[in-house]
Design a protein around this ligand. Structure first.
Ligand SMILES: [Zn+2]
Length: 353
């Protein structure tokens, strides 16, 4: 594997035009595999089947992720209260952190803690903000106790909540760098009315090491916003779209409709809008051209997509050993290796005469 910077931290890796590749998308992938419930989306798999979480971390590193993200997304107090398992909060967080640390330390990758939108933040209600800050604080403190290299705070619809998360990380995070990403909806501004470029600049000025966007939009509708963010920010910027074919008609994955039934495709019918691997290649090249330094994929991702991103960003992860090579295919391959009987005749047969 190609880990020439394996002992350095997030900031060192991002210096001098460096980049960081980041696998996300654990929630949707565990739901798809039958170990997580769509709806509340709580990462119960951490306690129910920890070995599978460890395995997914390893698979993502094999595919080229430079970061192992502790699976505590929606593992916060409000979500656990919702499913009546608040008593498991500390155990779930500590176990998720221990699993991620184990894989990160074994592979020379970065070990990241994770906090996210609280779902109860209200910009007009101070009391809700106090409650949200306390939720962030306990998760940040567990992350620091377990020795994280960075904390990723993500999927905030409002810059106000993102700034609050950053403030908590800066107060209780013992100096670990923060990556803060906003979650774009259909408008080109946050839910509290700030254009994304400006919102990211505010986060950068407030001390986030990396700022940007993740989730909700697919690559094609996230890229235009990244161009604005690149212009507005001086430091490293992050892009982690959902892996669905959003468009000018349906800017977010929540607005996509099933092409056969016309019904809302989110969440369980989204596979009919899955990106192709070529879409992801185009996405990663666009990010490189814009100057996205922290690149990844969010909901709908799995390791074969991430490998493409890693390769376009110059990595040769373990999974590259098995990257497609159609020259060896008996029908579609190198014509000098295979007879015309296969490369012409059988293709015509497969296509239908
Ligand atoms: Zn997502």
């Amino acid at each position: 594997m190609n880990h020439q910077n394996s002992t350095s931290g997030l900031l060192e890796r991002l210096q001098n035009g460096g980049s960081v590749v980041v696998a996300e998308g654990y929630v949707f992938e565990f739901e798809r595999r039958g170990y997580l419930k769509a709806g509340a989306y709580v990462p119960e798999v951490v306690l129910d089947h920890p070995e599978l979480v460890k395995q997914m971390h390893e698979e993502f590193v094999h595919a080229g992720s430079d970061v192992v993200l502790a699976f505590t997304y929606y593992g916060h107090r409000e979500k656990l209260r919702l499913i009546g398992k608040e008593d498991q909060l500390a155990a779930m967080n500590k176990k998720a952190l221990a699993l991620a640390r184990e894989v990160a330390r074994a592979t020379g990758t970065l070990f990241a803690g994770n906090i996210c939108n609280s779902t109860i933040y209200n910009r007009d209600d101070k009391e809700s903000q106090t409650k949200v800050a306390a939720m962030f604080k306990e998760q940040v403190e567990w992350s620091v106790e377990e020795g994280v290299d960075l904390i990723i705070a993500e999927t905030f619809q409002e810059v106000g909540e993102a700034l609050l998360a950053l403030e908590v990380i800066r107060t209780y995070g013992k100096g670990v760098p923060a990556v803060v990403t906003l979650c774009p909806a259909a408008k080109s501004m946050t839910y509290d009315g700030v254009p994304f470029g400006e919102a990211c600049r505010r986060l950068e000025e407030a001390g986030a090491a990396v700022v940007g966007l993740n989730c909700n939009r697919g690559p094609d509708t996230m890229i235009p916003l990244m161009r604005e963010i690149r212009k507005a920010c001086k430091g490293p910027i992050a892009c982690l779209p959902a892996v669905y074919r959003t468009s000018d008609e349906s800017l977010t994955m929540q607005s996509l409709r099933d092409p056969c039934t016309g019904k809302c495709a989110f969440p369980t019918d989204l596979p009919s809008h899955a990106c192709s691997r070529s879409d992801i290649e185009r996405y990663a090249r666009a990010c490189r051209e814009i100057g996205v330094n922290y690149i990844g994929l969010c909901c709908g991702s799995c390791s074969h997509y991430l490998r493409i991103v890693a390769e376009i960003y110059g990595r040769t992860p373990g999974a590259s050993k098995y990257s497609p090579d159609m020259s060896e295919h008996y029908m579609f391959g190198d014509k000098s290796k295979f007879s015309e009987y296969s490369t012409k005749g059988l293709i015509e047969y497969a296509n239908g005469f």
